[in-house]
Design a protein around this ligand. Sequence first.
Ligand code: MN3
Length: 200
Amino acid sequence: MAFILPELKYDYNALEPIMDARTVEIHHGKHHATYTNKLNAALEKYPQFFEMSIEDVLSDLGKIPEGVRTAVRNHGGGYYHHNLWWDQIGPGKGGAPTGTLAAALDEKFGSLEDFKKDLSAASIAVFGSGWGWLCKDSKGELVIITTPNQDSPISQGFVPILTIDVWEHAYYLKYQNRRDEFVDNFWNLIDWDVVSKRYA
Ligand code: MN3
């Protein structure tokens, strides 16, 4: 048993024009696939970790054997974060959340628009490669954080709710240096039903 690359719920070209087909194909079929393969290679000698969820593997990196800990942090993070990434977007999505998540965002950030502005700004400001996140902290409070590289919020005690991939591989073919435009457009793909389920 090993970790498996999840199939996309949509075709490579389904997210056009916001995400071009070539970017989705490379991002899923090469980048996400490579994280998956390298995570599995790192844990090959420690198959007990294949019995665990990726969340459990990443939640306490101290239990990972030292010789493969960095590989698991990097490739396990890359594997898990992209699972979240592809699952939370889709064609014809966007709009606004409803229910408890909508109320919680209003309460914490003032409005949905203020929340989107804050998470967009934090994500755009990541220096180099990394991710912007909406998470629940240990008290259940919504927080915006960023992480460098493939470091995972789950290793720091946060529960990921929504994420924005600002590695250049996520947008460079179509947007080049215009990370801000990519992030602004990203909101039109977000599947709030998936995000609401994570929050619940
Ligand atoms: Mn990526």
